[in-house]
Design a protein around this ligand. Structure first.
Ligand SMILES: Nc1ncnc2c1ncn2[C@@H]1O[C@H](COP(=O)(O)OP(=O)(O)OP(=O)(O)O)[C@@H](O)[C@H]1O
Ligand SMILES: [Mg+2]
Length: 136
């Protein structure tokens, strides 16, 4: 288990790039943390690292997911039970080598394919504490 701290959104984006470099073969990243903890900010950092424009990353809370060329951005906040269609899409995206990021994964946590990285974010003022677990 690894721990990191960030004091502002830019640090969170840089941390995302570092984690991507540390776990290049892990194609699924789960992001847990309360509203406004920085999950979408983290995803923007991943997008930058993939050579995308972070401005294209919009919170998929209402859409449940947004698909880009190399990134599938999922947000299960509004889901009340696991959705097998979404799980299939996550698996398919991972199998073809794309990177999947899931905000609010709890509703389907036991269905998430492995290996994956589970990042839990704690919030205190502007400080964000990241706890990173690798599940293989
Ligand atoms: N260290 C930090 N890292 C990331 N965001 C921070 C930090 N400090 C302050 N913030 C602020 O916290 C907010 C994070 O918003 P963001 O949309 O990334 O959260 P989220 O976890 O995706 O929320 P939601 O659950 O609603 O999707 C932003 O307003 C950002 O400016
Ligand atoms: Mg979000």
């Amino acid at each position: 288990m690894l721990h990191f701290t960030s004091e502002n959104p830019d640090e969170t984006k840089k941390l995302a790039a570092q984690i991507r470099e540390k776990y290049p073969t892990h194609k699924l990243i789960l992001l847990s943390g309360e509203l406004g903890s920085g999950k979408t900010t983290f995803t923007k950092g991943i997008a930058n690292h993939l050579g995308m424009d972070e401005k294209d990353i919009k919170s998929p809370t209402f859409a449940l997911m947004r698909e880009y060329d190399d990134l599938l951005h999922v947000d299960l906040y509004r889901l009340e039970q696991p959705d097998y269609l979404i799980m299939d899409q996550i698996e398919a995206f991972v199998s073809r080598g794309g990177l999947v990021i899931v905000e609010w994964p709890e509703v389907a946590i036991h269905l998430m394919p492995k290996p994956h990285i589970h990042i839990k974010i704690d919030t205190e003022d502007d400080t964000r504490r990241f706890e990173i677990t690798e599940n293989s």
